[in-house]
Structures are given as C-alpha cells and as structure tokens.
Design a protein around this ligand. Structure first.
Ligand code: NDP
Ligand code: 2IT
Length: 449
C-alpha cells in the first residue's frame, strides 16, 4: 500500500517527522492516506482548505502523572493520556486502555481510527482515545480502585457529557468504569453520562457489554451475505478472550457457527468440538485467570503457548479480537491456504499492512476494524442518547438498533468502495465513507485563525 501522489507522500513524510517514534500512528495514517488519494482528486476544495493536514493532527493532547498507593504502601507512578483528536461531528468519544504497552503513539493511532469509526456509526460522536501504561494484571481491587480514582482526578478536568465521553478498551471493563464514574461524580457533584459502559443500575445501556463482539458478527454476516453465505455451519477462529472475543464467540455460535479457538497473550486453546463459552466466561470474567486453565476442565482441548500459531488452525472465518498487529503476512497466507472465506477485525488494527494486502489480493472478504468493531462505540452512542433522555431501552430494542447500524456501516462502506472503483475493498470504502462526513463538517465549520 504505497502512496502515489506527491501531495500525500509529502503529508506522510511530515507526519513521520513531526510525530517521531510512533510506528502504530504512522501505520494507521498511511493506510488512510492511501485511500484518500482519489478523494483529494475528487475534492480539490478539501486540499485547499487543508482538511487532510488538519485531519492527521490531534486537536489536543493531555498527558499527566498518575500516582497511586499500592497495597503495601509503596507509591507508584504511571502516565495518563487523553488524545482529543477531532470534534467536528460531536464530542470526543473513545475508550481508555490500561496496558503496559500504552504510549502516546498507541493512543494516537487509536484516536485517529476512532474519528472515522465514529463517523461510520452515523451518530454524533467525534474521535478520541486515552489510557495509561498501568498494568491491571495481578493488582487487587483496592489497587485498581485507587489507580482509577487518581487517573480520573486529572482526567475529570478535561471531559464531560458534552465535551469528551470515555469508555472501556483493553484492561477497562465494568469494574474500572464504575470506579472512574464514582470519582467523577464525587469531584464534580454531577450525575451525567460522562462515561459509557456504566453498570445497568446507574445509567448503563443493555447490550453495551456484548456490543463490539455482536456487532463484529453482524458486520461479518452482512459481508457473507454478499456471497450468498452465512455463519451457519462455519468453523471460526477468534483471538483474544476478553470482552470483544467472548461476545463475538457468543454471537457466532448463536448464528450457527462453531468457534474452535480462543487465546490470550500467553497462548491459545483449540477445542474442535466448539469452545465452552460458559467456562471461558467464568475463567475470564469472574476469576480473571489465564486461558491455559481452560484445558484443565476440558481435557479434549489443547493449549499451545505463544499467540501466532492460532492462525494456522483451519477455519472458514477468522476474527482477530485481541490487539494491534497480532496477525501478520505469514498468518494471513496460512489462513488463505486453509481456505478462509472472511476475516473481520474485532480488535483495532490487528492485521498488519502485509496481512491486509494478502486478504485483498486473494479476494477474501475483509472487514477493517473501523467498520467491523464499530458496534461498541455505536452502542456507547445509544447509551449517551438514553442518558440524555433519562430512560432505558430494552435489550431487544438496543440489539435491533445495533444490528441496523452495523448493516448500515456495511452498506456505506460497500457503496463507497463501488463508487471509487474497487467494489470488494471494504478498507477503501470504510475509510472514504468515514472520512467524507467529518471532512465536510470541518469544511463547513471554517478555519480558526
Ligand atoms: P480486554 O482487555 O477485555 O481483552 C483483551 C484480550 O486481548 C485479552 O485476551 C488479552 O490477553 C489480549 N491481548 C491484549 N494485549 C495483547 C497482546 N499485546 N498480545 C496478545 N494478546 C493481547 O479488551 P477488549 O476485548 O475490550 O479489546 C480487544 C480489542 O478490541 C482491542 O484492540 C480494543 O481496542 C478493541 N476494541 C474494543 C472495544 C470494546 O468495546 N471493548 C470496541 C472496539 C474495539 P491478556 O489477558 O493475556 O492480556
Ligand atoms: O475502540 C473502540 O471503539 C472502543 N474501545 C469503544 C469506545 C467507546 O467509546 O465505546
């Protein structure tokens, strides 16, 4: 995926120069700029108005110290980040990631992708992302609480229901959102929808927990339907065993498929009879154990250390739902050799550019993350609407809206891909459809001098 025009190459060179040592951010920008070359040609007014330059520069970055007290009394220090990338179509919106690999470049790549993802949902949400290099693994509930409270003490100065609305991501689920919401309310004396993914009895939405995984399957189902196919009878491999992976497994199974593999950062399990989701939920959601524990209770399943081998398991559908760059060119070739029909990114940027190229060249149905995993943030948007209206919709109502949004994203991406001459390229279609709405809003709102 090389840039063809001098204009875009020059812009990419400047991004690399101005944001050094941020390879994930460069990767995300390069992918979008490749897709923007025909857009720049079709909309010279956007070139003149500097829309492309403005789009790759975050509106605001906040970096702060987070100090907290460990159970043994030691004081620990982490770094907190919030990148408020683009507010053209709504308040900044996007998750918070707690993982030792978090740095500014990672948060910027996630915030950048979020702009286009949120635009595709059709809901009024701008793009942002945040997090910290804090590692929640092995921490007590008390330590998690004190970290979250300290993190929110600073973050609370920069967010608000109409300004910036964070949510979960890797390492941030219902427990962390609860601690952060409690601290925000305490500091501001305000009960507002400042975070999404809240508990159901204090403003959360039904289906938010399931939404990213379910949405990924709804998107995949829509792609399969274009070939007269469906999930029914298919073998599915899913990486990760966190929030997205668990609910992708649940929906794929409901749609008639057999999910045979899941993983975590230590390794993967292969259970040819179909994974026992009840067991996975207990191990991961309740006991917070490693996926290796699974085989102790399912002796016919096999555990293998290391993550990349999961893509050598023969399957019809692969859903990478763990983390960025977890599926490379070799893994993509192995999937293709084993007859994969569809790949959809439940995680953000899990496929390397080489892997994406393999899928596109071989005509595999490939759903990029900003389209395929938009169900989570879409349902966050629905949570914001319910909070504003001070009411709650039923599970069925939210699920129906989620499915309609995912099908609409599929339609938009497909239509844009067709319009720009590459009908089966959902990467091109999603980037263009997501971009154009934001670009138009920026254009109409003028330039600040
Ligand atoms: P969780 O924290 O619930 O789960 C993350 C899973 O990915 C765990 O199984 C974890 O294993 C694995 N993982 C994390 N980092 C690595 C790594 N470096 N190498 C290998 N495996 C890793 O997070 P989510 O399920 O919420 O998020 C998964 C992906 O989906 C992320 O890319 C996230 O950005 C994306 N996403 C999430 C949304 C949401 O609503 N939650 C919405 C849209 C996208 P381990 O426990 O061993 O670390
Ligand atoms: O990457 C993502 O879209 C998320 N982590 C969810 C963001 C949100 O605001 O719900």
């Amino acid at each position: 995926m090389k840039l063809q025009t001098e204009y875009m190459q020059d812009l990419m060179d400047r991004v690399i120069k101005n944001h050094p040592s941020q390879p994930e951010f460069h990767q995300a920008v390069q992918e979008v700029l490749v897709c923007m070359e025909p857009v720049a040609k079709a909309y010279p007014e956007y070139v003149k108005a500097g829309i492309f330059e403005r789009m790759v520069e975050p509106e605001r970055i906040i970096i702060f110290r987070v100090s907290w007290v460990a159970d043994n009394g030691d004081v620990k220090v982490n770094r907190g980040f919030r990148v408020q990338f683009n507010s053209a179509i709504g308040p900044y919106k996007g998750g918070l990631r707690l993982h030792p690999s978090v740095n500014l470049g990672v948060i910027k790549f996630l915030g950048f992708e979020q702009i286009f993802k949120n635009s595709l949902t059709g809901l009024p949400m701008g793009g942002g992302k945040g997090g910290s290099d804090f590692d929640p693994k092995g921490k007590s509930d008390g330590e998690i609480m004190r970290f979250c409270q300290s993190f929110m003490t600073e973050l609370s100065k920069h967010i608000g229901a109409d300004t910036d609305v964070p949510a979960g991501d890797i390492g941030v689920g219902a427990r962390e959102i609860g601690f952060m919401f409690g601290q925000y309310k305490r500091l501001r004396n305000e009960f507002t929808g400042v975070l999404t993914g809240k508990g159901l009895n204090y403003g959360g939405s039904l289906v938010r927990t399931e939404a990213t995984g379910y949405g990924c399957c709804y998107f995949t189902q829509a792609m399969l339907e274009t070939k007269g196919e469906s999930f029914a009878g298919k073998v599915v491999v899913i990486s990760g065993s966190g929030n997205v992976a668990i609910y992708a497994t649940e929906k794929a199974t409901q749609l008639g498929a057999t999910v045979v593999a899941l993983s975590d950062s230590g390794g993967y399990i292969y259970d040819p009879a179909g994974v026992d989701l009840k067991l996975v939920k207990r191990l991961k959601e309740v006991e917070r154990k490693r996926i290796s524990e699974y085989v102790k209770e399912r002796p016919d399943a096999k555990y293998t250390s290391g993550c990349s081998g999961i893509w050598t398991i023969p399957c019809d559908i692969a859903l990478p739902c763990a983390t960025q760059n977890e599926l490379d060119g070799d893994a993509a070739n192995a999937l293709v050799a084993n007859g994969v029909v569809a790949v959809a990114e439940g995680a953000n940027m899990p496929c390397t550019p080489q892997a994406v190229e393999v899928f596109l060249e071989k005509g595999i149905l490939f759903g990029p993350g900003k389209a395929a995993n938009a169900g989570g943030v879409a349902t966050s948007g629905l949570e914001m609407s319910q909070n504003s209206m001070r009411l709650s919709w039923t599970f069925e109502e939210v699920d129906e809206k989620l499915e309609a949004i995912m099908r609409n994203i599929h339609r938009q991406a497909k239509a844009a891909a067709e319009e720009y001459g590459e009908p089966s390229n959902y990467v091109l279609g999603a980037n263009i459809a997501g971009f154009l709405k934001v670009a138009n809003a920026m254009y109409l709102q003028g330039v600040a001098y």
